[in-house]
Design a protein around this ligand. Structure first.
Ligand code: DHB
Length: 307
């Protein structure tokens, strides 16, 4: 069987496949289900300083080939998530905190706290599209530079950044310049494509309620944008990349690694299929690699050919 283990920012992962921050990872019970699955790590829901109920329902809708959501950061508040790594120890896998503060001070406070907790790594989320009146920090390069400058120097744990999708080479280059300067331990790309609008023609209505029906698009619809972001950053910077966006098969995971990803997270497919998705995608990836004659991820990582 092919070896699909990987080490990122000093953290050993039994496989390169784990859950994306977001779906089914808010409560301890949900996190235990991820622990009991073959997810290589347990990524926790993006948290804020105070607990939040999130946006009004309905706020998630499964679509033919993906999903739209405007959850609005429902979470238990960071103090709860600081307790969970100890309670999830028996699963023997890294626990990753996701921090999504509503202002710089909150991010700094939470990073400091998680830095002294038992989490293995921290993902600083600069790309939540669903908070009313709060633009995505990853689209404001001045603010992004400022946050990373202040936040990354605080963390004693490996701290990475969750990025929004970029679409223009000039923006990739600008973001890459900041990342080169601030040196996160890893980058995760991409978050959902923000502020999509799905319409039910029969009902002549939106499919989710918050923000006039606008929400983050996930799943298969966004895979090619996600692959482009992984590839572009792989070309521009020397920082491990975690690919996320539309992965639902071993073949998808293979494509992300070929584009340059070190590991791959699963969001919408986990939401729809449940925890068995991790075993299925890992087994499919290992079989696909075996068919190609690859025995480890380094055999093909980043080696995309341009025809
Ligand atoms: C939410 C959505 C995101 O895409 C994200 O990165 C963080 C939070 C949410 O709406 O809860």
């Amino acid at each position: 069987m092919a070896d699909i283990s990987v080490k990122i920012a000093g953290i050993e992962l039994g496989s390169c496949i784990f859950n994306a921050a977001g779906p089914k990872d808010v409560t301890l019970k949900e996190l235990e289900a991820i622990g009991a699955s073959r997810s290589a790590a347990i990524a926790m829901k993006s948290c804020t300083k105070e607990p939040r109920e999130g946006n009004e329902e309905p706020r998630y809708c499964a679509l033919e080939s993906g999903s739209i959501n405007s959850m609005g950061l429902p979470n238990l508040g960071y103090k709860e998530y600081m307790k969970f790594p100890a309670l999830l120890k028996s699963f023997g896998k890294p626990v990753i905190a996701s921090v999504s503060g509503l202002c710089l001070e909150d991010n700094i406070q939470m990073l400091k706290a998680f830095s002294d907790s038992e989490v293995s790594a921290i993902e600083l989320n600069l790309s939540c599209p669903n908070i009313k009146g709060k633009p995505q920090i990853g689209y404001d390069f001045v603010q992004m530079d400022e946050v990373l400058k202040e936040a990354l120097k605080i963390s004693k744990k490996p701290a990475g950044v969750k990025l929004p999708p970029y679409f223009d080479f000039v923006h990739f280059e600008e973001a890459a310049g900041i990342l080169k300067r601030r040196k996160p331990a890893f980058i995760s790309c991409i978050n959902s494509i923000g502020n999509a609008l799905v319409i039910d023609a029969e009902k002549e209505a939106t499919v989710i309620r918050p923000k006039g029906g606008f929400g983050g698009l996930g799943g298969k619809y966004i895979k090619y944008t996600a692959l482009a972001n992984v590839r572009k950053f792989y070309e521009l910077i020397d920082i491990p990349i975690i690919g996320v966006g539309g992965v639902s098969s071993g073949r998808d995971a293979f494509e992300f690694i070929l584009a340059g990803a070190s590991a791959v997270q699963i969001g919408t497919a986990f939401m729809e299929e449940g925890p068995s998705v991790f075993a299925r995608v890992q087994d499919e990836l290992a079989s696909f690699m075996a068919r190609k004659g690859y025995s480890r991820l380094d055999d093909f990582r980043g080696k995309l050919k341009v025809i």
